[in-house]
Design a protein around this ligand. Structure first.
Ligand code: ADP
Length: 319
């Protein structure tokens, strides 16, 4: 339904997108996750036709956004980070205004009533937008995105600045809309992705560093044993040895503890107890393990690792 192919965006000397590719299938709710400044808004603004790209290709339902922007835009409803609301307008008036802007052809009254019903705005249709709470303003923003019944909905940080109750309501609304629409939900909040999305693309410094189903990510976490090992010996030599051990899935330096020892995060398959082979292999080379503790890793930790510069130097995604 959505395809991004090698999209670049430069703001002068600032390379905001450095060749990103990802796709979203029909009916998916994709979490577009990354820290502030990662390039999420830039990518979404390109997708929704608000910004041009420096290079690359992007398609919505097979229609090129760059070659046929008017046609592509019809398939997309966009809730930007700052929804384009007019505070002096009443809710109903504003939705009629957007209906005209989009040159919508669906039966006007019925369509606007239906949308108000879905996003639970019917009882505030005559209220001035400026007098609504932030949560309700966000609903109005979502309502305008729904006008024209687009196949794709793009939400840029829809829960930022809302209180906890409003956050739950908006997340539930996004989930519900996901039954009828393909959705991209941009956020920097990991639990939001876990609760709402079926897949996640992680972006950092203009590069995609992960593209996974939520299940794969969770399964990978569950199927792995992790330890922090404190080992005496030259860092690069120890690391090389650790990475050569068949019982380990991965090994990474996580910090020098003192002059003599270095801490490593090591991972093995859940079914393997790597501790004895690890001890034997290190002892054979004269390296001493002076600490070994098991660690629980959350999705949050994985996210932090994915977006750390170190990870990127090593080639981004790895498990
Ligand atoms: P995110 O939405 O993930 O927070 P953005 O897409 O807003 O990230 O920003 C990506 C990078 O591009 C950042 O370094 C940001 O400072 C820069 N940037 C965004 N918009 C502009 C602009 N209009 N002019 C120059 N730089 C920009």
């Amino acid at each position: 339904m959505i395809e991004f192919k090698n999209v670049y965006k430069d703001y002068g000397q600032n390379h905001a997108l450095k060749g990103i590719s990802f796709s979203v299938k029909q009916g998916e709710i994709l979490g577009f996750l990354g820290p502030n400044g990662a390039g999420k808004s830039t990518a979404l603004n390109i997708l929704t036709g608000y910004l041009s790209a420096t290079a690359g290709e992007a398609f919505v339902d097979g229609v090129s956004i760059f070659e046929n922007p008017m046609e592509a835009k019809k398939q997309i409803g966009f809730l930007p980070e700052m929804p384009p609301l007019y505070p002096e307008m009443r809710v109903g008036e504003y939705l009629n205004f957007v209906y005209d802007l989009k040159n919508c052809k669906i039966s006007r009254k019925q369509h606007i009533n239906d949308i108000c019903e879905v996003v639970k705005l019917s009882h505030v249709k005559n209220r001035l937008i400026k007098n609504l709470s932030k949560g309700y303003k966000q609903r109005v923003g979502i309502a305008q995105a729904l006008i024209g019944n687009p196949k794709v909905l793009v939400f840029d940080e829809p829960t930022v600045g809302l209180d906890p109750k409003q956050i739950i309501e908006i997340r539930n609304l996004v989930k519900m809309l996901g039954k009828e629409h393909t959705i991209i939900l941009s956020t920097h909040i990991l639990p939001e992705v876990q609760q709402v999305c079926s897949r996640v693309v992680v972006i950092n410094e203009g590069l995609i560093v992960a593209d996974e189903s939520i299940e794969t990510l969770t399964e990978a976490l569950e199927g792995t044993r992790r330890y922090i090992a404190k080992i005496c010996g030259a860092e690069q030599d120890v690391l090389k040895l650790l990475r050569s051990l068949p019982v380990l899935r991965s090994a990474d330096v996580i910090g020098a503890q003192d002059a003599n020892s270095v801490s490593y995060l090591i991972e093995s398959d859940e079914n393997i107890d790597a501790r004895v082979p690890l001890f034997n292999a290190l002892a054979a080379k004269g390296y001493a393990i002076i600490g070994l503790e098991g660690v629980d890793m959350s999705l949050e930790d994985v996210f932090v690792r994915l977006v750390s510069n170190k990870e990127k130097r090593e080639g981004g995604k790895r498990r």
